[in-house]
Design a protein around this ligand. Sequence first.
Ligand SMILES: O[C@@H]1[C@@H](O)[C@H](O[C@@H]2CO[C@@H](O[C@@H]3CO[C@@H](O)[C@H](O)[C@H]3O)[C@H](O)[C@H]2O)OC[C@H]1O
Length: 476
Amino acid sequence: MAYIKVSGTKLVDKDGNEIILRGAGLGGWMNMENFISGYPGCEFQIRAALADVVGKEKSEFFFDKFLEYFFSDADAVFFKSLGLNCIRLPFNYRHFEDDMNPRVLKPEGFKHLDRVIDLCAKHGIYTILDLHTAPGGQNTDWHADAGTHIANFWVHKDFQDRAIWLWQELAKHYKDNTWIAGYNPLNEPTDPYHTRVIDFYDRVYQAIREIDPDHALFLDGNTFASDFSHFGDSHKKWENAAYSIHDYSVFGFPSSPESYASTETQKRRLRRSYEKKRQWMDERGLCVWNGEWGPVYARKQYEGDKTDKINEERYRVLQDQLEIYNKDRLSWSIWLYKDIGFQGMVHVSLDTPYMTLFKDFLAKKHRLAVDAWGADETWVRPVYQPLINLINQEIPAKFQNLYPHPVWKLTDRIGRLSRIILISEFLVQEWAEHFRGKSEQELDEIARSFSFDNCLHRDGLNKILTENAQLVGKSA
Ligand SMILES: O[C@@H]1[C@@H](O)[C@H](O[C@@H]2CO[C@@H](O[C@@H]3CO[C@@H](O)[C@H](O)[C@H]3O)[C@H](O)[C@H]2O)OC[C@H]1O
């Protein structure tokens, strides 16, 4: 088998035939996330807290089992049965390198990544490797696992050097694997100056190419993969590269300004926001990959009777986005394959040991809106409103728009800092305490909650994805 290559605006096989990659991201797995797996704060915090409560050995046992159950043969079979052909694999640098022992490769980091890449290959599914969390944090959000909103990756060269080192190690390991469709060197950079991200791409490109001349690179735009406006002519230095947008639509989230009825005006807005993200590529005839997109869904336990109606609307958003993508023959990777019920194609059933154990805690997290992704902050708004008012009163408007404005408005920033970072910090230990006194067998059962046979399917979503995967397939 040959490598997938970038040719102009397309991905192609060795004979130059177009390949359209359609699939999902395995978020919450080798880069765990609060709303996906149901903990507060960041992965490094809950790992430390669990080790404090049950000891290092048992804690490592639990996380290893979690990684094993989260994606197995049954998941690959199911994924393939939907007509999808690619899984984006986000991972955290900490699996491969310890902050206290930098530049020393942890070979055990490859255990599950190799396993899942091979499982996918066995079922004819390509994979794309995504460094979702880089040393120091390459973006301002929880999924950079830095515990802060300052993306220190951009201000410490050594963090960048370590990411380069890691990519060379990964390239050595994977350079001959043709089931890997390519490398996605950095998820959602947020470089406030917009130039350092390009310098980093120059360096990572060279570093990977020294070892691996063949795999395609998928480069995210700045500001959460939405902005290429400062990239200028830089593409001329990068061969075999595609460019990644993340096309989340506001209509797919609880914060939508209006309910989505698929009107012509709304559809125009959907298209406009997507076109803006890919404009730089279109002006230059470059290849676009939509590395993340997709609505979130209401849950009966929180939204009650309104759930079905809300989700019908969200499916309309999904369908309309796919209509746009199909016309453009776009390769895409929907966010998200598996979670505890908010966005995933499959989700952990409420009657599993994990969901039963954390039922009340998850309800509290929801009430306190401590997961930024799709949060409904109605209940806590009165607590934070005075802070918003204070800033509005005391800080001149011209000083309020701190980067990553306009993606983060003032209320987003206050929410991120006060709830997602601060309040979450207080909840970390409470999460870990749920495991106190558990035996290895019990820990195994809790982790097994994430296995495919313990998951329900979001049929509405999967049906639409399948129909569209085939549609694009036929026109290719
Ligand atoms: O790990 C993922 C993560 O990669 C992803 O990050 C978010 C992506 O969206 C960002 O906001 C969007 C920026 O573009 C505008 O057009 C959209 O309306 C916004 O929603 C957000 O700040 C990032 O954190 O999200 C989910 C994580 O699980």
